[in-house]
Ligand binder design. Structure first.
Ligand SMILES: [Zn+2]
Ligand SMILES: [Zn+2]
Ligand SMILES: [Zn+2]
Ligand SMILES: [Zn+2]
Length: 793
């Protein structure tokens, strides 16, 4: 997803392999990114562009006037089956293909408002009604949506508006009676009912509850850092020739303390599952739901009521405001390039978007910086000091003013030594040019060249285009800048994740899973080095990243976060391999050093056990029983294939579970778990997975007690694997709390709520959805009268 589509990738690699050796050498030994870019650019042939064009053309990114009626029809089918969420998404798809001010768009909005109404989303429903009317909703259908509007207003307690809307409707009938007699009677009856509802509500108004608003007190850093924007004052920036830049604790830090809160400099929503390249007719309109259908393309907020771009069908937003902002900042240029950007992948898209954003930071200065750097032969040197000098000389070298003597400025900082979330900082992230393979560099350079060609063509096709002069006159400069960004992204791209609630309403306990929403750049977060057992925890709210201490960090200790390979999820060899190939370094963190020494015994959550006595098996290719009185030995290969087999069978049992075939799923899972006891340790992650699935199945049947028993077993495995204070543990405790709560086991519920709260507070802080939900449960539990568990006499 981050990289270009496979078709283009293999096309470019083939082209590379066919180049004469001398040209390959010239490209791969290019001194500067500028040379690399210009060489590759000159090799881009019209047939290459044609090929890429045919790939981009496979994506349905424009507006297809035939699509809205199709999606509306499909949405209506879901609506009739009472799947209102499914219906909303399909109506949204219809809306994204409809042109503004057409019957199509207004009908889709009106239908969506109905689905939202049934989902109790009254505010959104009202907005959609307004949108339907704005786009010319047919006069004859007006009464229907107006009644819905009144219902919403009444439910929301906006009684005056409700009353006014009723009066308006009545007077418009009096003016021009357009309805048939029978319809009119129905309408009259409905109006009567609503008027009574308004009256009832008016009497209740005194006790009507205030709308609960979220308190965002702790969401801000207590004391902002003077040197690093978006960081707390407990954090300091250091630089060292070996380690580069890194962050340390300047005072003792407690678990849960907020250390960094940074909005992405740039972010691009991952399109989710890559839309199929379709050439046939049957799969023309996709009814699958992807992240692109559920999350705002600018702020990443989850919404069921998307507002699409007027010009394309793929960019969708949570609100008109987000759409306008995106348009002004970058989408005016990206809009016609949808297919191309999908084909070239998210990295290329991020590179384009951040250079577009750079225009808003004093364009002249940025351009000068780019030109200066690009003409400088030493561009590949890790950090270009000339740039700092150039910038400093601009302002007359005031950096000595502080009286602290002349320090070497930290790359990415401004002349006052301040590090900020801006293009200057982004520009100084390392591209690691020397570490990338020549093929990869060629792929990036050729992709960026093709993108530049398209930008140029778009620019010349409309003389008064939105492309500012700085972009078109210096396209090569921007090309080099984009290339540098694309190369930087391999090490500096940050996955923006969210917790998605899975599991249907009938399932009663929600299961959550972490999904990758977008790819972004966070200059301050990028300062953190990696550890496989980090001392921080990271989470996201829309495009804002927060980093909290997950344990005590002493003054002077380095602040570390995990780039992905975490010691509780991956063995040491796999981690080292991943870090070396993607981030170009050998990890020497304490977890890696410790594990290397005791590589013979794997962790307990991967351990096999003896079928005879149950002790843990040890060894390499042949495993033998750890108990001295037992002589059992068995080949690792045999056990591994047994585990694979089990994993597959558990997978199909899970499928039964999600299809609602609960009894069958439980039967199979109980058998499999019994099998597992013969060769897996009780703390094996596979055992945990089965217990978790059993807990889900019993919960769906409403058997809380059994469900809780199984979930507690799964909890033990999670505790061994991830640790008692881990975020994984927090999620598991959260589920258990829900179970006890739903099963009216008050004391256990309260106890578990408090445990979950303690763990999750450290990772997510007090304003996260999870904590809010737990607090709601807690106050509900505290308010309920003392509960007698014994039989009533
Ligand atoms: Zn938004
Ligand atoms: Zn657009
Ligand atoms: Zn490590
Ligand atoms: Zn044994």
């Amino acid at each position: 997803m981050d990289l270009p589509v496979d078709e283009w990738k293999s096309y470019v690699f083939r082209k590379w392999s066919l180049l004469p050796k001398s040209i390959q050498d010239a490209v791969s030994t290019a001194d500067t990114l500028r040379d690399l870019f210009l060489h590759s650019s000159s090799l881009l042939q019209p047939e290459d562009e044609m090929f890429l064009k045919s790939l981009s053309g496979g994506y349905l990114v424009g507006k297809d006037p035939n699509a809205p009626p199709f999606y509306r029809e499909e949405g209506n089918k879901k609506f009739q089956k009472k799947d209102y969420t499914g219906a909303t998404v399909l109506y949204s798809k219809g809306i994204s293909h409809a042109r503004p001010h057409t019957a199509d768009i207004s009908l889709c909005y009106a239908n969506r408002s109905a689905a939202l109404f049934y989902l109790d989303e009254y505010e959104m429903c009202l907005k959609d009604i307004t949108r339907a009317q704005m786009h010319g909703y047919p006069e004859s259908l007006q009464p229907k949506v107006t009644l819905r509007k009144v219902e919403c207003l009444v439910t929301l307690g906006r009684l005056q508006e409700a009353g006014q809307t009723i009066r308006d409707l009545e007077s418009s009938f009096a003016a021009k009676p357009t309805l048939a007699a029978a319809q009119f009677q129905i309408l009259q009856r409905n109006l009567c009912r609503l008027k009574m509802k308004v009256k009832e509500r008016e009497n209740l108004t005194a006790t009507f509850p205030e709308v609960v608003t979220k308190v965002f007190e702790d969401m801000d850093l207590r004391e902002e850092n003077e040197q690093i924007a978006s960081a707390s004052s407990s954090v300091g920036l250091r630089v060292d020739p070996l380690r580069g830049r890194y962050l340390i604790a300047t005072k003792d830090i407690l678990p849960g303390e907020l250390l960094v809160k940074e909005d992405a400099f740039v972010s691009v929503l991952n399109p989710g599952e890559r839309p199929p390249l379709h050439h046939g007719l049957e799969s023309k309109w996709d009814t699958r739901v992807t992240n692109g259908d559920l999350y705002c393309h600018r702020c990443l907020k989850h919404t069921l009521a998307m507002v699409p771009c007027d010009g394309c069908s793929y960019a969708k937003y949570c609100s008109h405001e987000c759409m306008q902002q995106a348009w002004d900042l970058y989408h005016n240029i990206e809009c016609p390039l949808g297919g191309l950007l999908l084909a070239l992948g998210v990295f290329c898209h991020v590179a384009l978007r951040s250079t577009l954003l750079a225009r808003f930071e004093d364009a002249g200065k940025v351009l000068k910086k780019l030109c200066g750097e690009i003409s400088n032969k030493g561009m590949c040197s890790p950090e270009s000091e000339n740039l700092i000098q150039m910038l400093s000389s601009d302002v007359g070298g005031e950096s000595e003013k502080n009286g602290k003597g002349v320090k070497t400025p930290v790359p990415g900082c401004d002349i006052n030594g301040k590090y900020e979330n801006n293009y200057n900082a982004v520009f100084h992230l390392l591209p690691h040019t020397e570490n990338h393979s020549p093929e990869y560099k060629f792929l990036c350079a050729l992709s960026v060249s093709a993108l530049c060609k398209q930008l140029e063509a778009a620019d010349s096709s409309k003389p008064e285009a939105a492309v500012p002069p700085v972009l078109c006159s210096e396209l090569n400069v921007w090309g080099v800048a984009m290339l540098k960004q694309m190369l930087q992204l391999q090490c500096n791209a940050q996955a923006i994740t969210t917790i998605q609630q899975t599991g249907s309403k009938e399932n009663n306990i929600t299961d959550s899973r972490l999904v990758r929403l977008a790819t972004g750049i966070f200059p301050v977060v990028s300062l953190l080095n990696h550890s496989c057992s980090p001392n921080t925890s990271m989470s996201f709210v829309s495009t804002v990243a927060t980093i909290r201490a997950s344990e005590k960090i002493g003054k002077g200790q380095e602040i570390l976060h995990c780039y992905g390979p975490h010691h509780s999820r991956m063995g040491v060899a796999d981690r080292q391999q991943k870090l070396r190939s993607q981030y170009f370094f050998d990890c020497g963190c304490p977890a890696c050093q410790k594990e290397k020494h005791r590589a013979a015994v794997g962790p307990r959550w991967e351990a096999f056990c003896c079928s005879r006595c149950g002790a843990v098996l040890q060894g390499g290719d042949v495993l033998s029983c750890g108990s001295t009185s037992c002589t059992e030995s068995v080949s690792r290969e045999h056990l591994v294939s047994r585990l694979q087999d089990l994993r597959q069978r558990v997978g199909s049992a899970r499928n039964l579970l999600s299809n609602g075939q609960l009894e069958q799923a439980i039967q199979l899972l109980l058998v499999y778990r019994h099998d597992a006891e013969n060769f897996l340790s009780a703390e094996h992650s596979m055992v945990g997975e089965m217990e978790d699935a059993l807990a889900q199945a019993y919960a769906a049947l409403g058997d809380w007690q059994k469900s809780a028993t199984h979930l507690q077993k799964s909890l033990r495995v999670v505790e061994v694997q991830h640790g008692p204070a881990s975020v994984e543990m927090g999620h598991e405790l959260f589920k258990l709390a829900q179970l006890f709560f739903n099963g009216f086991a008050m004391a256990e519920a309260l106890h578990t709520v408090q445990r979950a709260e303690k763990v999750l507070m450290v990772h997510y802080g007090p304003c996260s959805d999870e904590i809010q939900e737990l607090q709601k449960m807690k106050s509900c539990l505290m308010d309920s009268p003392p509960f007698s568990l014994g039989p009533s006499v």
